[in-house]
Design a protein around this ligand. Structure first.
Ligand code: HEM
Length: 438
């Protein structure tokens, strides 16, 4: 089956009353079934993500946050097992919050303090904007869980037996928006108070707020009338929320999959490190650029192979907007399809020895169209792909340049749990600095 046909599959899901109730069916992107607003929002987020300065901001940001992580890992000590999945989740949260809303959650140090003995604990500082931001990642994670709840549990059950959980889910949604309103309003005020010739930082929120204003930070060559007005809070809310939730869990889980496989395949790790040495050399203070990262072809092949074998999205839903013929059958408009990526990723018709871990398959030739769907595809494909790959590559460089990572249990399978997407729930490792003095 050819899953993506021009314009017939712009809907992920059709009109789901439960999503109207949750307030996600006509806003943002992921579950927006109102095509004009989805298209409008998507064009805005795409503009931000493709803006060269946005990628540069992320590349400048990653080593700063990594230095903090590096210190914590060194202070824990090399013989102490740590849960990589929690650390990397906290780390991605810092990156995503800083890059998307310009705020630090400051979650690394409290987590360090929670797992070390009292003599090792460090002083914590409070968030400059609001204590609420510290709990915001958990609120967002709960919101992601609630999507699954609304998608799978019938209305009658939600409003009777599971009434309490239903109320809690709606409360979670309100709480999310209250915090976001505060964040957006605070930033609007800061921008207003910054003189016009002073440079603004280029996080996603600032780029969205300033779009189509005199502080415009993105060079928009062709702006039609529809896209020429500044965005209001309602429009910004859901775009930011989806960028945050889309950017944390998937990236953190994919990194766990890479660390797991690199521990099991030392030859692959050796080759990956050779690539890093060739591109980056050993100059200590060398500034890493977006161009450097674009040369990491083998690392990208390892990422592709890891997400082929362990894909966070096992299925991709679509609803047809016109009638179509698929697999020899005619299907009417508004038919729901589930594209079974798990099956496509392991289908021997597309992949030689599909269960074998072999990153070289991505070096030797391009996979057939629509057979590697880690980021989905077509009109609804992931808009964050470019940024996600950039982050993955930079992090892999920093982690494997600075540390040797061993799995605590080499015989254990990957620990995955399904919460709307498939996520790594635990990965016990030991981390040893490669250059203890650095
Ligand atoms: C390794 C990291 C990531 C993976 C594996 C991933 C994967 C995916 C997948 C499979 C989809 C569904 C595509 C489809 O239905 O065809 C998707 C959609 C989406 N992703 Fe990502 N994603 C990642 C990172 C990000 C980042 C960093 C962002 C932030 C900008 C993001 C934002 C979104 C949004 C907003 C959608 C919905 C798009 C729409 O409906 O138009 N993702 N992602």
């Amino acid at each position: 089956m050819s899953p993506f046909t021009k314009n017939a599959y712009t809907l992920r899901v059709g009109n789901i009353p439960a999503f109207d109730e949750l307030g996600v069916s006509k806003t943002g992107m992921t579950f927006n079934s109102h095509i004009p607003t989805w298209k409008f929002n998507r064009e805005f987020i795409t503009k931000v993500i493709l803006a060269p300065n946005f990628a540069k901001e992320i590349v400048n940001l990653i080593p700063i946050i990594f230095d903090e992580l590096k210190e914590h890992w060194k202070d824990i000590g090399e013989d102490v097992p740590i849960d990589f999945s929690i650390w990397i989740h906290k780390f991605m949260t810092e990156i995503v919050f800083q890059a998307f809303v310009g705020l630090r959650v400051n979650g690394l140090k409290p987590y360090f303090n929670s797992i070390v003995e009292s003599s090792k604990k460090k002083d914590t500082e409070t968030n400059p904007i609001d204590k609420e931001i510290e709990v915001f990642p958990d609120i967002i994670k709960e919101g992601l869980d609630n999507i699954g709840f609304f998608l799978t549990i019938p209305s009658l059950v939600r409003h009777t037996i599971l009434r309490k959980k239903n109320i809690a889910a709606l409360k979670n949604r309100k709480q999310t928006f209250d915090i976001l309103t505060k964040v957006i309003d605070t930033r609007r005020k800061e921008i207003k108070q910054t003189s016009i010739d002073e440079k603004l930082r280029q996080d996603m929120l600032t780029l969205l707020i300033t779009m189509n204003t005199e502080r415009e930070l993105i060079d928009q060559k062709h702006v039609d009338e529809e896209h020429s007005k500044p965005l209001n809070n309602n429009q910004i809310h859901q775009i930011i929320l989806e960028a945050i939730s889309g950017g944390i869990e998937t990236s953190a889980s994919s990194l766990c999959t890479m660390v797991y496989h690199l521990a099991h395949y030392p030859d692959v790790l050796t080759r990956l490190r050779q690539e890093l040495d060739t591109i980056f050399g050993f100059e200590k203070d060398r500034q890493i650029t977006v161009e450097d990262l674009s040369k990491m072809h083998y690392t990208e092949a390892v990422f592709n192979e890891c997400t082929r074998l362990v894909n966070p999205s096992k299925t991709l839903p679509r609803e047809s907007t016109t009638k179509d013929i698929i697999a020899g059958y005619e299907w009417s408009a508004s038919t729901s399809f589930e594209i079974y990526t798990e099956g496509i990723h392991k289908n021997p018709a597309f992949w030689k020895d599909p269960y074998k871990f072999n990153p070289d398959r991505f070096m030797e030739s391009e996979p057939l169209r629509n057979t590697h769907l880690a980021f989905g595809g077509g009109a609804r494909g992931c808009p964050g792909r470019k940024i996600a790959i950039l982050e993955m590559k930079y992090l892999i460089f920093l982690i494997y340049r600075n540390f040797d990572i061993t799995l605590v249990d080499m015989d254990a399978p990957m620990n995955l749990e399904y919460k709307f997407i498939s996520m790594c729930s635990e990965l016990k490792v030991k981390v040893r600095p490669r250059f203890p003095q650095a």
